[in-house]
Ligand binder design. Structure first.
Ligand SMILES: NC(=O)c1ccc[n+]([C@@H]2O[C@H](COP(=O)([O-])OP(=O)(O)OC[C@H]3O[C@@H](n4cnc5c(N)ncnc54)[C@H](O)[C@@H]3O)[C@@H](O)[C@H]2O)c1
Length: 403
């Protein structure tokens, strides 16, 4: 059997009518920005939505130039997110964008997300969701009151082998979970890069823009979400040790912590940006009574299953024997690598499926609407606050889950 023969049909189902493309606006992601372009590429992969409006940068001049370069007509190209919101509200409900994507640094997430959610727009926001638990709870309340879609781009949840791990853990293939180890190690902040004019390093190490956490917020939030979304385990308490290991840095660039989950499982979480030479080494290990799973972001197409009473298996993306959630997230036959953008696109596919279903007055199939919600983002913010408090107090701290 060739890879092609073995490949399940993952294309969109054939229908008589071509579904109308959704239209989205983007805030942030202009010239010189990092993740905004990744969002656009990921959305373009499935062709389910198109960029229809924007306020793409923090200065009006750069925002307008960025929008023009992306082909936005003047009436949809704005110098600020407030101008974008005003212009959208002047359009009739059927003329407005279907979603607003927020890819600005964290300090502006709350006002932008709150304003658009309150006005009834569906919103997609990158992580960490906002700066404080209070803001997070307010946003959750707004989204619940409005009943709109709100996705948080914890993009690692979109990898097929992460979804496979989730299905295996949750179906009991590992038995009761005993231990979870998640590490996100990067090296790009091993020197004081923020003093060289690097924009991304600049805001991430500035408490006014990044909030109370550095590495913990930037990548520890991904680690927390990965554990939570794959295992479903709830953190009951944690003890954290945060440090700024590059002299002069105001926020943590290194975080280590121990976790205790409801039900007795234990965990270790590391989020560090000072591992000189390392790239994006996010890795997850989940040990249950019957076996252990291992996954690494830098080799995302493989999932290793160590069995207690048998040989270890390497599960590969695209194999016909994967579970339904993983198979639906696959785009190419096995052996052709998929990666970061495809995983991001899977998150977007879930968000757009939910927007479409709600428009049609129906409920999306949970396997279609498979994406992290505003409540996941809010839990991440509370997690950051809990870890910062634990580290400052140097003691075990209960993690109160607000929602
Ligand atoms: N999911 C991921 O894997 C991932 C990866 C990187 C960054 N992020 C998150 O994405 C967000 C952006 O990070 P980045 O690295 O792309 O930052 P960046 O500094 O590269 O880009 C930020 C962009 O937002 C614009 N901006 C700032 N304030 C604005 C405002 N008020 N209105 C309009 N535009 C504004 C800037 O001009 C810039 O274009 C952050 O929340 C970050 O944590 C997520």
């Amino acid at each position: 059997m060739t890879g092609i023969d073995a490949f399940p049909d993952m294309d969109q189902p054939m229908t008589d009518e071509a579904p109308q493309r959704l239209r989205y606006a983007m805030v942030g992601g202009g010239h010189g920005a990092f993740i905004g372009a990744v969002h656009r590429h990921a959305i373009a992969l499935d062709g389910l939505a198109e960029l229809a409006a924007g306020a793409l940068s923090s200065t009006a001049e750069k925002a307008l130039a960025s929008g023009r370069a992306l082909g936005l007509a003047d009436e949809h190209n704005h110098g600020s997110w407030q101008a974008l919101l005003d212009a959208e509200l002047k359009r009739g409900p059927g003329e407005r964008v279907d979603a607003v994507v927020i890819v600005t640094p964290t300090d502006s997430h709350f006002p932008i997300a709150q304003a658009f959610a309150e006005a009834g727009f569906s919103v997609v926001c990158d992580k960490p969701l906002v700066h404080t638990g209070q803001q997070a709870d307010a946003l959750v309340a707004t989204v619940k009151a409005q009943g709109g879609v709100f996705g948080v781009t914890y993009n690692y949840t979109g990898y097929p082998m992460v979804r496979q791990a989730r299905e295996m853990v949750r179906s009991g293939a590992l038995g009761a979970i005993r231990k979870v180890v998640v590490e996100y190690n990067q090296g790009w902040l091993a020197t004081a890069l923020e003093t060289t004019g690097n924009k991304q390093a600049g805001w991430r190490t500035d408490p006014a823009r990044s909030g109370i956490a550095g590495a913990l917020g930037d990548i520890g939030s991904h680690a927390e979400n990965l554990v939570s979304s794959v295992t479903g385990l709830e953190i009951e308490e944690l003890v954290a040790d945060l440090g700024a290991l590059v002299p002069g840095r105001a926020l943590d660039d290194d975080a280590s912590m121990l976790l205790r989950f409801t039900g007795g499982a234990r965990g270790v979480l590391v989020a560090s940006q000072i591992n000189a030479g390392m790239e994006n080494d996010l890795r997850l290990r989940i040990a249950g009574e019957l076996g252990t799973l291992e996954w690494r972001q830098e080799e995302p197409n493989r999932l290793v299953h160590h069995r207690r009473d048998g040989a270890a298996e390497i599960l590969t993306r695209g194999s016909p024997w994967l579970g339904e959630a993983a198979r639906r997230a696959v785009r190419l036959p096995s052996g052709h690598p998929e990666g970061f953008i495809e995983a991001f696109a899977n998150v977007y596919r879930g968000i757009f499926a939910d927007i479409r279903a709600r428009r049609a007055g129906s409920m999306a199939d949970p396997l279609d609407a498979d994406y992290p919600r505003v409540t996941d983002g809010a839990r991440g913010v509370h997690f950051i606050e809990c870890a910062v408090a634990s580290s400052a107090a140097r003691r075990w701290t209960r993690f109160e889950q607000a929602n």
